[in-house]
Structure formats: C-alpha cells, structure tokens
Write a new protein. Sequence first.
Length: 283
Amino acid sequence: MPGPIDLHTHSSVSDGTETPTQLIEAALESGLGAVAITDHDSTAGWSEAFAAASGTGLMVIPGMELSTNYGPASVHMLAYLFDALDGGIVAETARIRDGRMHRAESIVAKIAEDYDLSWDDVLAESSDGTTLGRPHIADALVRKGIVPNRSAAFESILHWRGGYYEKYYAPSPLEGVRMIVRAGGVPVLAHPATYGKYRPMDDSVIGQLADEGLFGLEVRHRDNTEDGKLRLLKLAKKFGLEVTGASDYHGDGKPNRLAENTTEPEVLEKLLARATGSTPYLG
Ligand code: AMP
Ligand code: FE
Ligand code: FE
Ligand code: ZN
C-alpha cells in the first residue's frame, strides 16, 4: 500500500466541514494511500468520494460511524465495506438520523429560551439529508456570535451537563455489530477509551462483541487516554481483535489532522479479506 492509511474521517454528509470531494482532495494533499469515509450514520458520501478519487491512485474504503447506546453512554462503532443497500442498515440508520433530527430540534428549542437561536439557524448550517448533530448547533451558535468556536460550544452550552443535552435513539453495541456483520461489513469499536473518567463497557462486553464478529479496536486515536490504550492493547490480545489507528478528521470542525494516527497495512489487508458487503474503490 503506497502511503499512510487513515480509516476514520468525516465529510459534510455528517459533521465534517468539507464535502466528500474536498475530503478526498485533502487526503491526496496529505499523501494518504488509503482513506475511509466514515460519516455518522450515513453512507450518502460514498459515491461522491469515489468519483473524486477517480484516476488519483487513492484507495477509498466506504464506511460509516454507527451510533449505538450502551446505557447512558453513546458508543461509536466504525463499520467498513458493508452493503449500503442492506435492508437492516438502511432502516436502522434512517431511524437514527430521524431521531437525531428531532433531538436537535428539541435541544435548540431549549437553548432558544435563553439565547437568540432558531431552528432555521441550525438548518442553515447543514444541507438536505445531513446527519444532524451538536456540531451543527455549535456552528449556528458561532455564526450568531454566542460562542467563538465549536470547541467552546461543546465546553459550555452543548456539554452533556450544560443543561440542554438530550440523547437520541440508537441500537445497542451488540445489535450494531450483528447488523454490520449481517450486511457483510467489518465492525471496529471507535475510540473506546476516551477521557477515561468512566468505563462504559466492561471487558466481558467487548469479549461478547468479539464473539459476534467485532474485528478490531481503534486504539491509536487522540481522544483515547494513555492508560486506556494500554488496556485496549491487552483486550485486543485477549480476544483476538485487531488494532487500528485513525485521525477522526472533521475538516476545520476539529483540530484532528489527517494521518495523525494510522493503521498498519497488514491490518487493512485482513479487514479487506473479512469484508463481503462491498469493495474498496481503487481510484
Ligand atoms: P452528537 O453526535 O450530536 O452528540 O455530537 C457529538 C459529535 O460532536 C462527535 O461526533 C464529535 O465529532 C463532535 N464533537 C465532540 N466534541 C467536539 C469539540 N470539542 N469540537 C468539535 N466537535 C466536537
Ligand atoms: Fe463527529
Ligand atoms: Fe466518534
Ligand atoms: Zn468520528
């Protein structure tokens, strides 16, 4: 594989700030050999990303970051190379996106009681079909001059303890793994050791996900704590899981830079061998 492999990026189909075309251009500028487009709960960016990579030699791996709920915790699961037309995937992601929309509307209604912010302001920060999230509310707050940037919004008004937070519908991690595997895809737990304040999933639960077909753990991610990474490496060994690394690039929406963390070519080879739902695009 010529060039680094980055398996976690977002476009404006969800909460990245660049269109899929711009994301591919950025991947080329960074000298990546392979990039996965993994928008939240949506595959809508795949075809544009493929088209943008045409003739460039870049490998584009179609993927998604599936939202799941484990008790009070939101657990993100990367999914690669599944069939985007699989009935289970189509129905469940539509349900999640719809839930996200109503949840965002409800958060905005609460914020509007205290700040000059409307639902139209938030819609103006997204396009039709975008997987809506707090980042779009953050962008509206920035545009209105209420906060200076996305991060400031997340540290105050949009913080889960900020007084306006709400959850949204998502399947359990176990249902998520089963759904991805049924669609011929390869599931990897995204940033499973963030913050480290509390551990949403016991080791045994990760073992159960491994039994159901979980492929790997995203260990090298800037939000995983150092202690957490050591724990994840031990768990990977114990349950026979692969180890991945990625940037979680969001364009200008986050400081994360492409290729700041990468995945070994041998691991990508195994991932490609496991997948049966779709194929990578060789640009
Ligand atoms: P939501 O899915 O609506 O709950 O919003 C969470 C999303 O916001 C995550 O996918 C992150 O990519 C993004 N996010 C979280 N913290 C920040 C931050 N400090 N700055 C920018 N984006 C963030
Ligand atoms: Fe995000
Ligand atoms: Fe995530
Ligand atoms: Zn992400």
